[in-house]
Design a protein around this ligand. Sequence first.
Ligand code: NDP
Length: 257
Amino acid sequence: MSHTLKNKRALVTGGSRGIGTGIVNRLASEGADVAFTYSSSPDRAKEVLQAAQTLGVRASAIKADSANASSVVASVERTVAELGGIDILVNNVSVLAIARIDELTLADFDRTIDVNVRAVFVATQAAVKHMKEGGHIINIGSTNAERMPFTGGSIYAMSKSALQGLAKGLARDLGPRGITINNVQPGPITTDMNPPEGEFAQMLKKLMALPRYGTVEEIAGMVAYLASPEAAFITGANLTIDGGFSAYSSLRSKQPQ
Ligand code: NDP
């Protein structure tokens, strides 16, 4: 353990599974105290909490639905109360509604915006009230903001594109305060949201320069770097970590329908 984040206090949204769990584990292993939210997996949340505590840091699991703005604000306030402040915010939660335009409902659209975009804005607004110089906000976007090679992903891609603009705009607001905000854009990563086997996974792998799914640890490594003092000059950036998914090669595959 390098402990580059000792005495830092972090909140990770959606830490009970997948990439969020990888980020909680990595930040805790770097010495940060870590709070994280979850919505429907209390048992998984407990396991993640205990694993972080085993690393000797303070940790907190907070039930908070990202679709509910009051809950999101409350999760930030609870983090500040329990950890004594907040230095790092990782906005990781997303929903993925895959359907063509004739199948999508307004409810799908609104939920995607509420969870994938509004919650990021709300958590960031609440966190920067407490954040001091040297604070870091890291949003988890998607390579689908750069490249959308399959049908049915329109509103998910739209929500991830919104995070690109949000990071650029907020970098301007927060730069004078010495706070950075960046957008990490993963490609296919093995999680419950995106299992690495099956027809869909095979199609995605054919579109990649490295024909494999990434791991949550590979994304968490990028997040830990952006949360560290070494990355103090990086802000307003979209950092794509996708095994070459967005480095399109028409020779490797045909465009899927
Ligand atoms: P998972 O579905 O595996 O995990 C989602 C996490 O978010 C869980 O901890 C879940 O909590 C939590 N969560 C879901 N909905 C809510 C909600 N309404 N309120 C609070 N918490 C919620 O997702 P991934 O780990 O795959 O994805 C994480 C991020 O990475 C997302 O932003 C996604 O868009 C992005 N991403 C993922 C890729 C991939 O291939 N996996 C590729 C590109 C981007 P609970 O356990 O309680 O349900």
